[in-house]
Design a protein. Sequence first.
Length: 255
Amino acid sequence: MEVYFKDILKERKFHFFYQPIYDLNTWGIFAFESLLRVSDHPKLNIEQLFSNARLNQTLYELDTAAIEGAVETFPFMLFTEQHLFINLFPSTLLDPRFEYFLYQLMMKYPEAQRNIVFELNESAKEQASWAAPELAKRIQWLNQSGIRIAIDDVGAGSATLKQIIEYKPKYIKLDRYFAKNLASSKERQQIVQLLTNYNVDDTTLILEGIEDEKDLATACALNVPFAQGYLLGKPQPILQYKTQYQFHNSIYTYL
């Protein structure tokens, strides 16, 4: 199995699905999140793939290969107004090679720079990286480069309110726990309302895990700006959304 994992990275045996993030005010697609899939084993646990890479000290290589692949396959020239959310391990951001990697990537895909949002991964195995004094400087460097950050799975894992205050992300992605049964839980509603109203440094909430119509209606009533989940759109090859988008635009132009 270990040889198989190494072969996935060496031969780039992966592709990407994209899940939409919706603007609940306009009902338009605000962004897409890229999700890595192994080409010949679509049900393989991706966390297991990254855990194996960490054990074999190839996490940086796998993470940057995934970033490059997500950018390479996304049609920025079509989705000019939509952002692309890409997962990034804090340890990758701290790696001294990352700055040059990102410079080369932006030189190759200049249209991507203003649309990329890096989602900082909340894995418990990244605790040391989250605590590194240098991380705040690296995040500041990204911001100065015109690249926004999001903190993923807030309310679960290692993502905490402390990190929101210290790192000033553009986006807070609230864990799906708070979306499930939102309509019937006053406690969840209060937390969602609190973070919806948190707008220091223009930080904006994205509610993950919307799978029920009543929960979606409650999110709208609470003025949640952005949401993501299977009810709104499942992860699919970008070609599916590209076709839908082009069809919608052709109808709009005709009308």
